[in-house]
Structures are given as structure tokens and as C-alpha cells.
Design a protein around this ligand. Structure first.
Ligand code: DI6
Ligand code: FE
Length: 404
């Protein structure tokens, strides 16, 4: 459907997710005025400003309207798949055992190194289209399966091209510190200094990097090694984020907080001190139930501690071929509630305003004047239904930058 440059969505229930003090920033019998791809006004229809009264009115028949959904943590671009490991794990191998046996991330590295940029784009498109079909308007995409300069940059080029090919905003994260490649086996420090950091500089010089990420874990890199990558990011003026405390406690969340990271992600093993530190630095906790579910983990993230200390919580698919082959942001919301006891309000905030914050985006993630007109219209009446449903997509219409 082609919308005019200016129009008003009327007769809608708005979950604005704006910090109004109302759960969901809810506005009953609401309206949203859009002009030039930006929200000009949003609120109770009865209070519509007179100067907007003449715009084309599009009646939403009482449907729920939310901000467009944001998937703030994905490894969407990769070669091949890891279905065979799914079977290995179901035969009892742990995720770490699979990784140490040369499977895991490294096996995807082999497939990704064999792929061209076109191959990477074509293999990622179906996953991206599945996300768009659920109302996603912003998706973060990481590198991390190249583990050499050429392929790390190819992954980020593919991510940028996906944003050119579809009506979706792509935000990239450099994840060269994802794993040590086979050719550097046993030489993690050399990999960080000879490949990871130089490749970051090349990627940044090509404008491919919006943030810098790392995997701080026993099977990946230590806080000291990550800190060297973070210092290189700072020198390039790039924000940082971190996979932290996923399978064990190493102090990654504290490191992220010390560096003012946009987010610390996974955080299953985060402590109350880590929650306190993240609250102090404004670091968002990105909750990733897909990996917890797929790896059958047992240690849930400290939702109560994050809530107590006011740490903003985001939710994301962590879409990747190994630990979270999940491309449904709606199922992720349900998992966040069912597995981790997040509330439906926290779940929706986790894929809107808090996900925007985890990406350092101030112009989207809520329905408020001046924000981008990234919206999703749903065939439900109450926002909690979006987390309640399992595998039953209620999207009626997605609006990206004012265009349907
Ligand atoms: N943590 C994860 O769960 C993924 N990466 C990471 O840092 C695993 C990615 C994979 O298994 O391919
Ligand atoms: Fe991840």
C-alpha cells in the first residue's frame, strides 16, 4: 500500500512505549500523525491538534499500534548451517564440548570463508524476511564468522547490502573477537593483535562498523583480551557492547560497564554487583532466551536484580547457526516471559525502546513526536497478547519510515 507523505492513523490503541508512567505508554482511542516519514504527533484522538485535522485519516478499527520491533542482537549473516550439531548435542555433547572439538563457531567460519558477499546476502535474506514479516524495522547484524580481515569485512559488506535491499534499518557490530581461528589455535593473543584489531581498523575505515562487540567467555576471550579490542574501538570513536557471562562468570559485565558499553548481552551469570555496575554506566542488559533454550541452559539471567537496580532490559533473537537458530522476535518475547519471568510490558520494551537504547539509537523505538515513523499495526487489542502467543503472528501492517 502506498501512503501519502502525510496521514493520520486513527481509532487505534497505542502502545507508545514512551516513558509516560502508563504501562506500555498506553493511549486508548489514540491517533498517530505522520509527515515526511516522521511522527508529527501522537496521543488521544480527541486531543488532535487543529492544524493536523485536515490530513488523510486511516481508521485502524481499534487495532494495537506499537513502535516497529527492533532485533538488537543477531548473527544473521553466515555461511552454511549447524543442523548436524543439533543432533550431536541431542546425543549428549555440551555446547562447550562441541566447540572444543572444533565444531561450533569455527565450523561456521569454514563455510563463511568459502562464501562470496553475494552468497552471504542470499543466504541471509530469508532470515531477514522472516523478521520483517513479524514487524521488525531495525536489525543489528554482527560479523564474527570470518576471523580474518577479508571475510570479516565481507560479512559487514553483506550486512550493509541487506539494508539497501530491504525496507529495514541495519546496524552493524564488528565481532572479530568471537573466536580464535584454526590458524591461530593456542595463540589467542597473537590473533587479537595481528588480525582482530587490524581488521577492525580496516572495517571502520570503510564505514562498515557502527559498534564493536566481543565474546568474553572461557571458550573465547578473557577480559584482558577484550579490553585491548575495546581500547582500539575507543581510539576509533566507536561504541562497544559485549557477550558477557553467558556460560560462566568472567567479569565481562563489569568490563562492559567500565567502558560505558551500550550493552552487555546474555548475562546469565551476572551478579548483583554486575547489575549495580551496569545501572551506573547505563549499560543495557540484552536478554537472549533463544540460546538459553537451544543449549538447554539452566542458569537464568538475574531479571529480578536487573529490575531492582533499574538496568534497562532488551530482548533479541541472537539469530545464529549454532546456539540460537531463531529468527522470531515474537517467540523471543514469549520466551523472555515464559523462561525468565519477564513481564509482557518488559518484553515489549525489550524489543522497542530498550533495544533502541542497546544500539545507541534515539530516533526510534517509541511512538512520540520527532521519532521515525517506524510502526507496527497488530490484529490484537491488548499489547500483552504479543508475548502471549506462540508461533501465531498477529502483524496486520508494518510501516517503515512512514511507508507501508
Ligand atoms: N555466544 C553465542 O551463543 C554465539 N556466539 C556467542 O558469542 C554462538 C555462535 C555460534 O554458535 O555460532
Ligand atoms: Fe550472540
Amino acid at each position: 500500500m502506498t501512503y501519502p507523505d502525510a496521514y493520520i492513523l486513527t481509532n487505534a490503541t497505542l502502545a507508545t512505549m514512551a516513558p509516560t508512567g502508563q504501562p506500555y505508554g498506553l493511549v486508548e482511542r489514540g491517533a498517530v500523525a505522520v509527515q515526511g516519514g516522521v511522527i508529527a504527533w501522537a496521543g488521544a484522538q480527541a486531543a488532535l491538534p487543529q492544524n493536523l485535522a485536515g490530513l488523510l485519516e486511516l481508521d485502524q478499527s481499534g487495532r494495537l499500534v506499537t513502535p516497529g520491533l527492533i532485533d538488537c542482537h543477531t548473527h544473521l549473516v553466515f555461511g552454511g548451517d549447524r543442523a548436524q550439531e543439533f543432533e550431536m548435542r541431542l546425543n549428549g555433547a555440551s555446547y562447550e564440548e562441541v566447540a572444543r572439538a572444533g565444531g561450533g563457531i569455527v565450523s561456521t567460519v569454514t563455510a563463511t570463508r568459502l562464501a562470496s558477499v553475494d552468497d552471504l546476502v542470499n543466504q541471509a535474506l530469508p532470515r531477514l524476511d522472516a523478521m520483517i514479516a513479524e514487524g521488525v524495522t531495525v536489525v543489528e547484524i554482527k560479523s564474527g564468522y570470518g576471523l580474518n580481515a577479508e571475510v570479516e569485512l565481507n560479512m559487514l559488506r553483506a550486512a550493509r547490502r541487506l539494508g539497501d535491499m530491504r525496507p529495514v534499518r541495519v546496524v552493524t557490530s564488528y565481532l572479530g573477537a568471537h573466536a580464535t581461528p584454526p590458524e591461530y589455535k593456542g595463540r589467542d593473543d597473537a590473533y587479537i593483535d595481528e588480525v582482530c584489531i587490524p581488521a577492525l581498523r580496516l572495517a571502520a575505515a570503510e564505514g562498515l562498523v557502527d559498534a564493536v562487540d566481543g565474546f568474553c567467555e572461557g571458550i573465547a576471550f578473557s577480559p584482558d583480551q577484550i579490553e585491548r579490542v575495546f581500547n582500539a574501538a575507543r581510539a576509533l570513536g566507536l561504541p562497544v557492547k559485549l557477550h558477557a557471562e553467558q556460560l560462566s562468570w568472567l567479569g565481562g559485565a563489569q568490563l562492559a560497564a567500565r567502558h560505558g558499553a551500550l550493552s552487555a548481552d546474555h548475562v546469565e551469570y551476572a551478579t548483583e554487583d554486575d547489575c549495580r555496575a551496569m545501572a551506573g554506566s547505563g549499560t543495557v542488559a540484552v536478554i537472549l532466551p533463544g540460546a538459553f533454550y537451544a543449549l538447554r541452559e539452566t542458569q537464568a539471567p538475574p531479571i529480578a536484580g536487573l529490575r531492582k537496580h533499574g538496568v534497562p532490559m532488551a530482548l533479541a533473537t541472537d539469530c545464529n547457526p549454532g546456539s540460537s537458530p531463531l529468527a522470531s522476535i515474537l517467540l523471543t518475547m514469549n520466551m523472555g516471559c515464559t523462561l525468565f519471568r519477564m513481564t509482557p510490558q518488559e518484553a515489549l520494551a525489550g524489543v522497542t525502546i530498550n533495544a533502541a537504547r542497546a544500539l545507541g539509537l534515539a530516533d526510534t523505538g517509541q511512538i512520540a513526536a520527532g521519532k521515525r515513523a517506524d510502526l507496527a499495526v497488530w490484529d490484537v487489542r491488548r499489547p500483552g497478547e504479543l508475548s502471549y502467543r506462540i508461533g501465531f503472528n498477529a502483524l496486520h501492517q508494518r510501516i517503515f519510515g512512514g511507508e507501508a
